[in-house]
Design a protein around this ligand. Structure first.
Ligand SMILES: [Fe+2]
Length: 80
């Protein structure tokens, strides 16, 4: 998860105050993806509806909301 590592690197570098909640969401996402992969390997496939729903929620909640919250902090520290 290269994108997560980049975000987390800059959270530490800029002492981003909201990082705890953010890191927790990354952790949950990684765990959920690992569970989906493990299930698929053992023949238990997630329904396409559940998968799309999971990804849609991730985009709507994390990418379009939570990820937007650090923009001001990153910009203040000179990151564009
Ligand atoms: Fe994030």
């Amino acid at each position: 998860m290269m994108h997560f590592h980049k975000e987390e690197f800059f959270f530490r570098k800029f002492n981003y105050t909201e990082s705890a909640e953010h890191l927790q969401e990354h952790k949950h996402f990684i765990e959920k993806v690992a569970a989906i992969k493990a299930d698929a390997k053992s023949g238990r496939l997630i329904s396409s509806f559940e998968l799309i729903n999971f990804l849609k929620n991730w985009i709507d909640h994390h990418i379009l909301d939570i990820d937007m919250k650090y923009r001001e902090c990153f910009q203040k520290n000179g990151l564009r």
